[in-house]
Design a protein around this ligand. Structure first.
Ligand code: ADP
Ligand code: MG
Length: 438
């Protein structure tokens, strides 16, 4: 088939699940379709935990799909395919090797001879702006320079496809922007020894800045929910109204799926007690409510504007917005965040009254909170081990998520003075929940 042959990567109906703590399977990717052709930069944009890294690892041949087809130039991917290289989020460099040795390493595995290795490594180092650092060790380099070594190591093999898993997310803002721009400049000038790039990101602006095509990933399970073509010419300007419009519309798409779902049904994963709670500090949440209530928002903010004022990434602001929405203090809609009546009330209360309102909402809207409080009330000892609830959570979610959910429960419950928690014995109790009375 012509189409299949012209595709560098073709993913058809790929599903992948992992075992959960309870022994059941957690579906991470569901029926993902994706094609990557020569000459394009494709972005995979999604919330954290949506399965982006898993999909990238399937393409890199490091993880096998549970079902469906993953091919590279028409051949089923079994193990790392030729011509695919990956740049990781953190600088996976060998500390005892110099920059030059780290870069050459990629070629050793390919059986390239020593002279050729040296020539190509030096060329990659030069290209990526590391000239003069050949004999430095990773610890002598800044984060940005280390990530450049990561790029050089991937580029030196002249891969057809460069996979990048959030390669800028561990860098400070300015360094990340410099590296992004350098990379796009090299790409536009045709100087990168590669044909295509697939990059994973949870940063909307980064995707709009760099990609020709953005696949918006939905979560639980991960699925391609939308495809957006970016037709802005390079160099792209973040302040250009068309750029802003696109960012806005992607925010709106990502909040669409974050709007309240159907009422919780007992036994359906992701609702009721089995709802995953991602951690959001109660301080940050109340700070956000205050910010939203005050000028210039007066209870209604555009998410991209709010994110940039608070210097948060899309993923973070959406996460906080969802936490407020879960607690019915705010509502997400069309890329906006709006305080509810309860949210406005919260903003005007003193600390103790805030805690009481928070507690009321926790017990009413977060089923696991209500459950813990009920169990503690009913038991004569008014105590219960965390394992009692962890086991129940693991019926619905992975161990990691159960852990995170419990951590969130503990910190919200403590703030609201709903219960106390002893870290040492991992026990919930009604004793002295606020920590102030004897
Ligand atoms: P993302 O990169 O979008 O943040 P990941 O692909 O890393 O998402 O993870 C998606 C989900 O799959 C998460 O719930 C994660 O816990 C789970 N997961 C990923 N890899 C494994 C694994 N090897 N074993 C069990 N669960 C996994
Ligand atoms: Mg990831």
């Amino acid at each position: 088939m012509l189409d299949k042959a012209s595709a560098l990567i073709d993913i058809r109906g790929v599903c992948r699940s992992f075992p959960k703590g309870s022994g059941e399977e957690l579906l991470v990717l569901e029926k993902v379709d994706l094609t990557i052709r020569s000459g394009e930069i494709v972005g995979l944009l999604g919330r954290s935990g949506s399965g982006k890294s898993t999909l990238l690892r399937i393409i890199a041949g490091l993880v096998a799909p549970s079902s469906g087809q993953a091919t590279c130039r028409g051949e089923t991917i079994i193990g790392p395919p030729n011509g695919v290289a990956m740049v990781f989020q953190s600088f996976a460099l060998f500390p005892w090797l110099t920059v030059l040795q780290n870069v050459e390493l990629g070629l050793e595995a390919l059986g390239v001879d020593a002279t050729e290795r040296r020539t190509r490594a030096l060329a990659a180092i030069d290209l990526i702006g590391l000239d003069g650092f050949e004999s430095a060790y990773p610890k002598e380099l800044s984060g940005g320079m280390r990530q450049r070594v990561g790029f050089a190591r991937a580029l030196v093999v002249h891969p057809d496809l460069l996979l990048m898993d959030e390669p800028f997310s561990a860098l400070d803002v300015l360094t990340a922007e410099t590296l992004r721009t350098d990379l796009i400049d090299l790409w536009m000038e045709g100087r990168l020894p590669i044909k295509s790039i697939l990059m994973v990101t949870h940063n909307i602006e980064e995707a709009v800045l760099m990609c020709d095509r953005i696949l918006v990933f939905s979560s639980n399970p991960g699925r391609v929910a939308a495809e957006i073509k970016v037709e802005l010419t390079h160099p792209r300007n973040r302040l250009d109204p068309h750029f802003r419009q696109l960012v806005d519309s992607i925010y709106a798409r990502m909040t669409q799926r974050a709007e309240p779902k159907a009422p919780a049904i007992e036994g359906i994963p992701g609702s009721g007690v089995g709802m995953t709670l991602h951690h959001a500090s109660s301080n940050v949440l109340s700070g956000l409510i205050e910010t939203l209530a005050g000028a210039p928002y007066h209870g209604h903010a555009d998410l991209p504007v709010l994110a940039s004022q608070l210097q948060l990434e899309a993923d973070e602001i959406l996460h906080l917005g969802e936490s407020l929405q879960l607690l019915r203090f705010a509502q997400l809609s069309e890329g906006d965040l709006m305080l509810t009546e309860a949210g406005k009330r919260f903003a005007n209360l003193e600390t103790d009254a805030r805690k009481r309102l928070f507690a009321e909402h926790l017990v009413t809207y977060v089923p696991v909170m209500g459950l813990i409080r009920r169990v503690l009330d009913e038991r004569p000892s008014h105590t219960a081990p965390a394992a009692r609830f962890r086991n129940e959570l693991e019926d619905y979610m992975s161990e990691d998520y159960a852990d995170e959910t419990l951590k969130t429960v503990v910190s919200w419950g403590r703030y609201a003075e709903l219960f106390a928690y002893d870290e040492q014995s991992e026990t919930f109790s009604l004793e002295n929940p606020g920590g102030e009375s004897a």
